[in-house]
Write a protein that binds this ligand. Structure first.
Ligand SMILES: Nc1ncnc2c1ncn2[C@@H]1O[C@H](COP(=O)(O)OP(=O)(O)OP(=O)(O)O)[C@@H](O)[C@H]1O
Ligand SMILES: [Mg+2]
Length: 456
């Protein structure tokens, strides 16, 4: 069963139930209010009859005594303790036919039999020494009320019938309006699936302020993200294959050269071997970086522990100093600070930034570490060639290099900062580069101090 049919049936059923309930309530409420008034009048009349002292002498009970109280369409009778009707006056056959029952308490009964609405009240007649000597019963036919109630029932039935008739019609248009955006969403999704294109929902859908509008906006956001991911993925594959192809082409051409001339000319042989070796090293580095990037992306959810950041900076700087034979000045302001993170990844982050600073500058590199509110701030500063300001926003893209020829010389693959960004995001931190061409570059990383997520 479609959602629309279900909604139509459900809303129709609910409306019908509510109408039936209210009609029932209205019927009984009006019936009670109108009969209550009649009951009160009968009780008053019973009190008047009981004020007559003759009524307390069973020997004097006779119809004449009750006659003066009789009204049209009513009955008055006295029932003796043995259940027999001792005396009775009546102007209605239906009321007279009502069986007499002797009771010892006050009693009211409203009967609705075969379209006849009748009301009876019974009042015990209590003689001297508190002994009940009989039962006074007054009956009244409520014909006017019955006719009115009949009209009311007809009216209410008509209302219920109209609701039954119109609720599917209203439901039809109402659900149509409700389902339309969902249909549109479904259509869009189907087109995306069949054509593989990224299609956004129209503003007509997303401009609405309700939940459906919210759904539309979220859908569009998701599509934009998917589109961006798809674009990046395609870009990545193209870049990666290009990057891998270049060293392989170099290797291929040198091996051909070796095959043709290498045996005879030792100088060519040496040159070819050197080139093949350096390209193989580059290739290996590239594949390593790719694997690291994939690794960081795969473990997007890592358990973070407190890491003593000062110690980590000192040991990493020492390692890089030894590896590259370059001076690295470490300035720690917050000696005891711990930041919440994954130690191995944070080390990798420091290596990437120090590696850049060393590669793209000739002078000493400075590493600073301080605290700022709820985060640890690490700065890697160099006085190197710097980066043109227009390039700064693109540096975190995979394979992006400012000057491909320049980086090729230093062996860079353009993956370092992309990995650094992934690591920082994994730690709910921030990374930025500030640079001035010819003067130097500062890489700033902010990481949450403890388990607190400082940048959320
Ligand atoms: N400190 C810096 N000074 C000058 N240029 C920089 C600096 N850091 C990064 N760059 C520029 O940004 C580009 C991207 O840096 P990234 O670390 O991502 O790649 P890479 O250093 O070329 O290669 P990899 O780090 O993968 O070996 C570099 O090619 C370089 O042009
Ligand atoms: Mg680098």
């Amino acid at each position: 069963m479609s959602l629309r049919t279900r909604l139509m049936l459900l809303s129709g059923l609910w409306i019908l139930l509510i109408v039936v309930f209210f009609n029932w309530f209205i019927y009984y409420y009006i019936l009670k209010k109108t009969t209550d008034n009649e009951v009160r009048q009968l009780w008053n009349k019973a009190q008047i009859i009981l004020r007559d002292t003759e009524i307390y002498h069973p020997a004097n009970w006779n119809p004449g005594q009750l006659q003066e109280y009789l009204e049209p369409d009513s009955l008055i009778r006295i029932i003796s303790p043995d259940g027999a009707v001792r005396t009775q006056v009546s102007t209605s056959e239906e009321l007279s036919a009502h069986p007499a029952i002797y009771r010892t308490q006050y009693h009211t009964v409203v009967r609705n039999e075969l379209g006849l609405l009748i009301l009876f009240i019974q009042v015990p007649i209590v003689g001297k020494s508190n002994v009940q000597i009989g039962l006074l019963e007054l009956g009244k036919g409520l014909n006017v009320i019955a006719a009115f109630m009949e009209l009311l029932v007809a009216g209410l039935t008509m209302t219920t019938g109209s609701v039954l008739l119109f609720s599917p019609l209203v439901g039809f248009f109402y659900t149509k309006a409700l389902i339309r955006p969902i249909r549109q969403l479904l259509e869009t999704m189907r087109t995306i699936r069949s054509k593989g294109d990224f299609i956004l929902l129209s503003s007509q859908f997303t401009a609405k302020k309700d939940e459906l509008g919210e759904l539309g906006r979220t859908f569009n956001e998701m599509i934009v993200r998917l589109q961006e991911n798809d674009r990046r993925q395609k870009h990545f594959v193209a870049d990666a294959s290009h990057e891998l192809k270049t060293p392989l082409t170099v290797i291929e051409s040198y091996t051909s050269l070796l095959r043709r001339w290498g045996g005879r000319d030792p100088a060519i042989r040496q040159e070819a071997l050197n080139a093949i070796h350096s390209e193989t090293v580059r290739l290996k580095g590239l594949i390593d970086a790719l694997l690291r990037l994939a690794e960081v992306e795969r473990h997007a959810e890592t358990e973070l522990h407190p890491v003593r950041i000062a110690e980590l900076i000192r040991s990493t700087a020492e390692q890089m100093r030894r590896a590259f034979g370059r001076n690295i000045i470490v300035r720690i302001d917050a000696e005891e600070t711990e930041c919440s993170g994954d130690e191995a990844r944070l080390k990798q982050l420091l290596i990437i930034l120090l590696d850049n600073a060393i590669k793209y500058s000739q002078e000493d590199v400075i590493v600073e570490c301080g605290e700022e509110e709820r985060c640890v701030v690490i700065r890697v500063i160099d006085r190197g060639m710097g980066i043109p300001s227009g390039e700064l926003p693109l540096l975190f893209e995979r394979f992006y290099r400012v000057d491909k020829a320049r980086s090729r010389g230093t062996g860079g693959s353009g993956l370092g900062l992309a990995i650094a960004k992934q690591i920082v995001e994994l730690h709910q931190g921030l990374i930025r580069l500030d640079s001035e061409e010819g003067k130097g570059t500062t890489a700033t990383v902010k990481l949450p101090k403890s388990s607190l997520r400082a940048f959320q």
